[in-house]
Design a binder for this molecule. Structure first.
Ligand code: ZN
Ligand code: ZN
Length: 408
């Protein structure tokens, strides 16, 4: 077996053993781009070796999506396969694990009318809600594992021929997921320990707010009442640990939906439903982004932020050192799973239930400052030029990051 096949196999093993931490006899529901056929077969093989009872995959096809967005009648764009998403939600609640194969062409939907793209995305987000809820509330174990999609590789390495670009992207994927290490599973145990130490420190401090300061950024992010920091492996409702993201470098918690004030500038581009959004600037008043601009892709971003009342509020704040395996590549990935883990970030929209003590829902969730929305969009604000402090209600500050590095 050559080095590439060996690393690919190790990545599949990581996804099943560390990402999902698949239980003997468990069912797996996978989603993947059609281009990932071979990788999905490898994942399925690994899952069956680990005792999976049934591996079902749902493929996504960009060409089909483009055809629909070009030809379907306007009103039909609200339609989404709710029957499928309800079925997925039911399967997750009944114990099926969720395996998402990520990696897509960021330009997949380029050139299509943004209002049609936005309408279809909103329709899909509405229908997907029950399945998303089962995932975000950790009803089951889940993970997202990257795949070097040719369209993605072309975007990351625009000057290389496609075949070489794909090869290079796989190398980067193996690096940042630690799949190329001698014993990736042991590497992940050490990585999880380091993340869990940061989580324990931040949970013990009980900060009232975080303050971000850098070029174009002077932002105070209030933290939700009884907020909990998370990062690395996380337990499902039944107490089984899984690693939702491969790779992951972040520790994150819930902002208070009504206590975010100031201005902030994005430090990296954001890929949104196939469109690149660059140069985001936002101004917050009492938790709401009252002013949002972008140098590129603004229309798509604003459409998404008009999804509902919560879309202009924050549902996540995450700290990531500016020096980490993903940032070290020096690449812009045009993929949130990678780019968000390269830098400290904020997310517009839905907050994760597990970032509040006791996983409250409904009124209690909102009262404590948790945010509700159909969307969850991470955008990167951290860099080697950004400092972060923890704030107490009396104004006392504790330096957490200086020039993008942890100082605690
Ligand atoms: Zn995050
Ligand atoms: Zn997020």
């Amino acid at each position: 077996m050559d080095a590439f096949r060996r690393n690919l196999k190790k990545l599949a093993e990581l996804a099943v053993k560390v990402g999902l931490n698949l239980e003997e006899g468990q069912e797996v529901i996978a989603t993947a781009p059609v281009e990932a056929l071979d990788f999905v077969r490898l994942l399925a093989e690994e899952a069956y070796r680990q005792g999976a009872s049934l591996f079902t995959v749902i493929y996504q096809d960009n060409a089909l999506a483009r055809t629909r967005l070009s030809l379907a009648p306007e009103e039909a764009l609200d339609k989404a396969p709710s029957w499928l998403y309800e079925g997925m939600a039911r399967a997750f609640r009944e114990g099926a694990a969720r395996l998402a194969v990520s990696g897509n062409d960021p330009k997949a939907l380029e050139g299509l009318p943004p209002e049609r793209v936005g309408r279809a995305q909103r329709g899909n987000a509405r229908a997907y809600k029950p399945a998303l809820e089962a995932i975000t509330t950790f009803a089951t174990n889940w993970t997202i594992v990257p795949f070097a999609h040719p369209g993605w590789a072309r975007a990351v390495f625009p000057h290389l021929p496609e075949e070489e670009a794909v090869k290079k992207l796989w190398e980067v994927i193996f690096q940042v997921t630690r799949a190329d290490q001698e014993d990736p599973i042991a590497a992940w145990e050490a990585h999880n320990r380091a993340l869990h130490e940061k989580v324990a420190y931040l949970n013990a401090r009980r900060f009232h707010a975080l303050h971000f300061l850098g070029p174009g950024t002077d932002l105070t992010v209030g933290l939700a009442e009884g907020h909990l920091w998370g990062g690395g492996a996380a337990p499902t409702q039944k107490g089984r640990l899984c690693n939702p993201n491969l790779p992951t470098e972040e520790v994150f918690t819930a902002p208070h939906r009504e206590r975010v004030e100031g201005v902030v500038r994005a430090s990296r581009p954001l890929a949104l439903g196939g469109t690149l959004v660059e140069g985001i600037f936002a101004r917050f008043e009492r938790g709401v982004a009252v002013e949002v601009r972008a140098e590129r892709g603004e229309e798509v971003l604003l459409r998404l932020l008009s999804a509902d009342e919560g879309a202009r509020r924050l549902g996540e704040v995450a700290l990531v050192p500016a020096q980490n395996p993903i940032a070290r590549t020096g690449l812009v990935f045009y993929d949130t799973l990678f780019d968000e883990n390269a830098a400290s970030h904020l997310a517009f929209g839905q907050a994760y239930a597990e970032t509040l003590e006791g996983r409250p829902s409904g009124e209690e969730f909102l009262r404590r400052g948790g945010n509700e929305s159909l969307v969850h969009v991470d955008w990167m604000v951290g860099s080697e030029e950004v400092d972060v402090d923890g704030l107490y209600p009396d104004g006392t500050r504790v330096p957490l990051m200086r020039r993008g590095r942890w100082v605690v």
